[in-house]
Design a protein around this ligand. Structure first.
Ligand code: SF4
Length: 464
C-alpha cells in the first residue's frame, strides 16, 4: 500500500518573483515577499522551477512599460502561470473603450492583474491559483520582513500616492492621492530595521515634504509619547533613533517648501545626513507652470543659498527634464544658468518622453525627439562640469564611508559611499587596498578614508 502524504508534509509551493521599477515598487515587492514567506511559500530562483510567477511592474516611462511587458511575456513562455502587479497593472489602453486593461490586452493569459500597493489583492490571487501550504513557518520570517536591498541599507516608505498633478506624470492616476502612514508605524519599522543591521535608512515617498498633510498633521504616538505626523517631527525622531546605531538617515523626494528650512537645521546639527534629493525638473517659471510643479513659485536659488549658508556641507541631488513641450531656447538657457548658479552636486536629466495618459502630451509645441535629446546632452555637459569640480574639491579630505563591497575583507580594496552618495543613483567611493596590514573592510560597516583622486562620478580613497 502506498503511503499517504499528510498536507503538512507536502513541499510548500515555490513562487518566482520579479521586481521592476523604482524604490517605491521595491517596497511593495518586499511587502508581498514578506507575506508569502510568512505564509510558508518558498521562492524559486527561476521561472521554470516556480509553481507560479509574480511580476511587479513599472508603468512610468515607455522604456519601463516595454521592459515590464517583455518580462511578463518571458514568464508566460517559461512558466505559464503569472500574476501581474504594480503601476503597469493600473494602466489602461489609451483610447480604448471600457477601460481595457493594458496588460490583459497584450498578455491575455495572465492569471490576475492588480495595481500598485496591493499586497492583499496579490495574496488573494496567489491563494486562488496556488493554495497556501497547510503549516506556515511563521518563525522563519525575520521581524523586519523580507528586504530586497543589501542587509545594511533599506528604503522606508512613509506615504503612498500624491496630491499634485504634474502634467508629465501619471503616478497620481495610478496610485491615488497622498496617504501618509501612521507615524508610530513608520518609527516602529525604522527601529526594527536598525535592530536588524541596517546602517543607512533611505526615506522615500512621492512627496516627502507633504508627509501628514492628508492627516492634517494629527498627533500619533510613539514609545508612549505624542508625536505629530509631520516631516520635521518624523525626521527628528528618525535621527534620534539612528544615533545609538551610528546609522545614516537620508531623505529623498523633498520639495523646496519653506517648511524644509527646519529640516536643514537638523542636518546642520548632524541628526540626519546633510543630503537632499529635490526633484526640481526645471527652473524657468513658465515651464514649471506648464508642468504644474509643486513649489513652482518658490525662489529656489535664494532658498538653496540659504540652506547652504546654514548647512555648508549640504549635498543636493536633483533631476531635470529637457525639451518639455513648448520649451524655448531661452527657457532652456535659463535652466543651464540655474544649473551653473545652483551648483547642484548630483544632477540627472531626462529628455522629455511622452507618457501615455499624461496631460503634457496635449500641450502645444512638442519638440522633435532629436532636439530634446540634444538639450539633454547639453544639460548633462554643464551638470557634469559642476559635479566634477565639486568632487575635485574633496581631494585631500577625510570622509566617513559605508562599505558596500569588500571581497576578502577588503585586503585588495572595496567600494563604498560617503554621505554625498545615495545607493544606485549617485557615484561611489572606490577604496584602495589599506596600507596597514591590520586594517580590514567589512560590508555594512563604516570606515574613514582619505580622498586621493576623483574619476567621473566617483572618488578614490585610501582607508585610514
Ligand atoms: S509630485 Fe508630480 S511628479 Fe511627483 S508623483 Fe506627484 S504628480 Fe508625479
Amino acid at each position: 500500500m502506498s503511503e499517504v502524504k499528510l498536507p503538512a508534509e507536502l513541499p510548500a509551493p515555490k513562487i518566482g518573483f520579479v521586481s521592476l521599477g523604482c524604490p517605491k515598487a521595491l517596497v511593495d515587492s518586499e511587502l508581498i515577499l514578506t507575506q508569502l514567506s510568512a505564509e510558508g511559500y518558498r521562492t524559486a530562483k527561476n521561472f521554470e522551477g516556480a509553481d507560479l510567477v509574480i511580476v511587479n511592474t513599472c508603468g512610468f516611462i515607455d522604456d519601463a512599460v516595454r521592459e515590464s511587458l517583455d518580462t511578463i511575456g518571458e514568464a508566460l513562455a517559461e512558466n505559464g502561470r503569472v500574476i501581474v502587479t504594480g503601476c503597469l497593472g493600473a494602466r489602461t489602453v489609451p483610447g480604448a473603450a471600457g477601460d481595457a486593461n493594458l496588460v490583459r490586452q497584450v498578455h491575455p493569459r495572465v492569471l490576475a492583474v492588480t495595481g500598485p500597493h496591493a499586497t492583499q489583492e496579490v495574496m488573494d490571487a496567489v491563494h486562488a491559483h496556488c493554495p497556501k501550504p497547510h503549516d506556515p513557518f511563521l518563525d522563519l520570517v525575520p521581524a523586519t520582513g523580507i528586504k530586497l536591498t543589501p542587509r545594511h541599507y533599506a528604503y522606508l516608505k512613509i506615504s503612498e500616492g500624491c496630491n499634485h498633478r504634474c502634467t508629465f506624470c501619471i503616478i497620481p492616476s495610478m496610485r491615488g492621492d497622498l496617504v501618509s502612514r501612521p507615524v508610530g508605524d513608520v518609527l516602529h519599522e525604522a527601529r526594527g530595521l536598525f535592530d536588524s543591521g541596517v546602517r543607512e535608512l533611505l526615506v522615500i515617498s512621492q512627496d516627502t515634504s507633504a508627509y501628514g498633510v492628508d492627516l492634517k498633521y494629527r498627533t500619533g504616538f510613539w514609545d508612549g509619547r505624542p508625536i505629530r505626523t509631520r516631516m520635521f517631527e518624523l525626521v527628528e525622531a528618525l535621527g534620534a533613533l539612528a544615533e545609538p546605531y551610528g546609522a545614516w538617515v537620508r531623505l529623498h523626494y523633498v520639495y523646496p517648501y519653506p517648511s524644509v528650512d527646519e529640516v536643514i537645521d537638523l542636518m546642520a546639527r548632524g541628526r540626519v545626513l546633510p543630503y537632499l534629493d529635490v526633484p526640481f525638473q526645471h527652473s524657468h517659471p513658465d515651464v514649471l507652470r506648464r508642468m504644474k510643479r509643486p513649489a513652482s513659485g518658490e525662489k529656489n536659488l535664494e532658498r538653496l543659498e540659504r540652506w547652504r549658508r546654514d548647512c555648508p556641507q549640504l549635498v543636493v541631488r536633483s533631476t531635470f527634464i529637457a525639451g518639455f513641450p513648448g520649451e524655448t531656447e531661452e527657457e532652456f538657457q535659463h535652466l543651464l544658468d540655474f544649473m551653473r548658479e545652483a551648483q547642484i552636486d548630483r544632477a540627472g536629466c531626462f529628455a522629455y518622453s511622452p507618457v501615455a495618459g499624461a496631460a503634457a502630451n496635449e500641450l502645444p509645441g512638442m519638440l522633435a525627439p532629436e532636439l530634446r535629446e540634444e538639450r539633454r546632452a547639453r544639460f548633462m555637459a554643464v551638470a557634469e562640469g559642476v559635479s566634477a569640480a565639486k568632487l575635485e574639491r574633496r581631494i585631500g579630505c577625510e570622509m566617513q564611508v559605508l562599505v558596500d563591497a569588500a571581497p576578502g575583507l577588503g585586503r585588495k580594496g572595496g567600494v563604498g559611499r560617503s554621505y554625498a552618495d545615495a545607493p544606485e543613483i549617485d557615484g561611489t567611493v572606490r577604496l584602495l587596498a589599506p596600507q596597514k596590514a591590520s586594517k580590514t573592510l567589512k560590508v555594512g560597516e563604516f570606515t574613514r578614508a582619505r580622498i586621493v583622486a576623483a574619476e567621473g562620478h566617483d572618488l578614490i580613497a585610501m582607508p585610514v
